[in-house]
Design a protein around this ligand. Structure first.
Ligand code: GDP
Length: 444
């Protein structure tokens, strides 16, 4: 997972200062030495590290912190706040043109994920912003880039504009913008050419496209795994072409964090989105505040809720609430819930978003739980429909059969049945607390 080493080190460091009733300058100094080390290890730009440490130290030894009742907590709050500032402070929204079409240029080096991100961005624009995007294949140099974009367009059922690889990218962009106007498509996303290295020719081409119609956004796509190289690439592109924001891809990998923490400070351009996988729905807005919380092990509840909401079908949720209230919840519903949770992603990734979860013993080994989930599923699938609705009818011999059918043990079945019983009891208590009959809202 991204930022793992950094998160571990910083969490270890703040743990030491957390509960202190008194914090001396020496304590702050020692803490900052460790913070500096953690950031350098995470491949953060040296100047950025220096400035960061200086700012935190100055604020932390301030009189109001030292004299406060909870100086340890205050220092941590400062670290969190400065981390957030380092990554841009607030989430940076997309700038749309009031006179459509909005033009977004995607730039970057080959392999960074530019074409994939073009597809993902179009998907986000349609789903979350209700826009009608046109994808433009202007990367005429990389073999198969045009075809790749066309395939993504088909997969997303979105239009792709292409004129093959014999027409200049500037002409492609010009005609694409015309077409968008004619067909009332309100966002044009241009997938420009990438190169292996930054060169004059590439920069000139990008400048030519830029001069056609001033784009509303120029997004540089960089690979988070490349650390400081990504920062240098961002600097060069910004100086040569001018960028308005950065998309950091492959944050689902085990990047150390250097790029995410340095890019904003070095280029003064915000990270707008992060790529969290190869699939078309794996692009998320970048929230500095949430990222800072995650790095410091304070969880990211907001992202968790958003993720859950994206997967939850509201009608289903209502139906389920009704079943809870009337205690008609069955093993069929149970398994549906399990699957909904699974859709949210690997359990260990989800757990990292819960505040404090990283410190709970056993949870660090959440993968085992996934195996357990598979067992639970197998057990439920081996039950008959009547047993799923009324598990109390399951006899000892049926338990044996179910264990055999699901490749599990009788103990596991007993445990699951007991959990299910407990859950039902809890529901009953909650409903009676709320006034019974499920008419009133639950108070928790
Ligand atoms: P381009 O040359 O910049 O257009 O790069 P591509 O869009 O072809 O992407 C290069 C590779 O990176 C492909 O295999 C993509 O699937 C992969 N990729 C892109 N974004 C992400 C991401 O956020 N996470 C992961 N794991 N892979 C990504």
């Amino acid at each position: 997972m991204a930022f793992e080493g950094l998160a571990e080190r910083l969490q270890g460091t703040i743990q030491k200062i957390k509960g202190k009733g008194k914090v001396s300058e020496q304590d702050v100094k020692e803490m900052m030495r460790e913070v500096r080390f953690a950031l350098i290890e995470a491949d953060v730009n040296l100047k950025v590290v220096k400035d960061f440490v200086k700012r935190v130290s100055e604020r932390a030894v301030g009189a109001d912190v030292m004299k406060s009742l909870t100086p340890g907590q205050q220092v941590i709050k400062i670290v969190q706040d400065e981390l957030q500032q380092l990554m841009g402070g607030e989430q940076s929204p997309i700038k749309f043109n009031t006179k459509p079409p909005t033009v977004i240029m995607m730039v970057g080096l080959q392999g960074a994920g530019k074409t994939t991100t073009t597809g993902k961005l179009a998907n986000v624009l349609r789903k979350k912003y209700n826009r009608k995007p046109l994808l433009v294949a202007a990367d005429i140099y990389r073999p198969a880039a045009i075809q790749q974009l066309e395939t993504l367009g088909k997969q997303l059922s979105l239009p792709v504009f292409s004129l093959g690889n014999q027409v200049s990218p500037v002409e492609i962009a010009r005609q694409a913008i015309e077409k968008a106007k004619e067909e009332h498509l309100d966002v044009v996303i241009i997938d420009t050419a990438g190169r292996l290295h930054i060169d004059e020719e590439l920069m000139q081409e990008l400048k030519d496209i830029r001069s056609l119609k001033e784009p509303d956004e120029v997004f540089l796509v960089v690979d988070a795994m490349t650390g400081q190289d990504a920062v240098n690439v961002a600097k060069s592109f910004d100086e040569a072409v001018g960028i308005t924001g950065v998309v950091l891809t492959k944050l689902d990998g085990d990047t150390r964090g250097g790029a995410a923490l340095s890019i904003r400070a070095v280029t003064e351009k915000p990270i707008k989105f992060v790529g969290m996988g190869e699939k078309m729905d794996a692009l998320e807005p970048f929230h500095p505040e949430r990222m800072a919380s995650r790095i410091l092990g304070m969880g990211d509840v907001l992202s968790l809720i958003e993720k859950a909401q994206a997967e939850v079908d509201m009608d289903k949720a209502k139906e389920l609430e009704e079943k809870f209230m009337t205690q008609t919840f069955t093993f069929d519903d149970f398994i549906e819930q399990l699957q909904a949770v699974k859709k949210m992603g690997p359990l260990d990734e989800i757990l990292k978003m819960i505040p404090g979860a990283s410190k709970i013993k056993g949870l660090d080994n959440a993968k085992v739980d996934e195996k357990q989930m598979a067992h639970i599923e197998a057990i439920i699938y081996s039950m008959t429909p009547a047993e799923k609705t009324n598990p109390e009818i399951i006899t000892a011999s049926r338990k044996k059969r179910i264990a055999k059918g699901s490749g599990t043990s009788i103990q596991e079945i007993n445990r699951l049945l007991k959990q299910f019983e407990d859950m039902k009891k809890m529901m009953k208590q909650m409903t009676s607390m709320a006034g019974g009959k499920g008419k009133k809202k639950m108070k928790l």
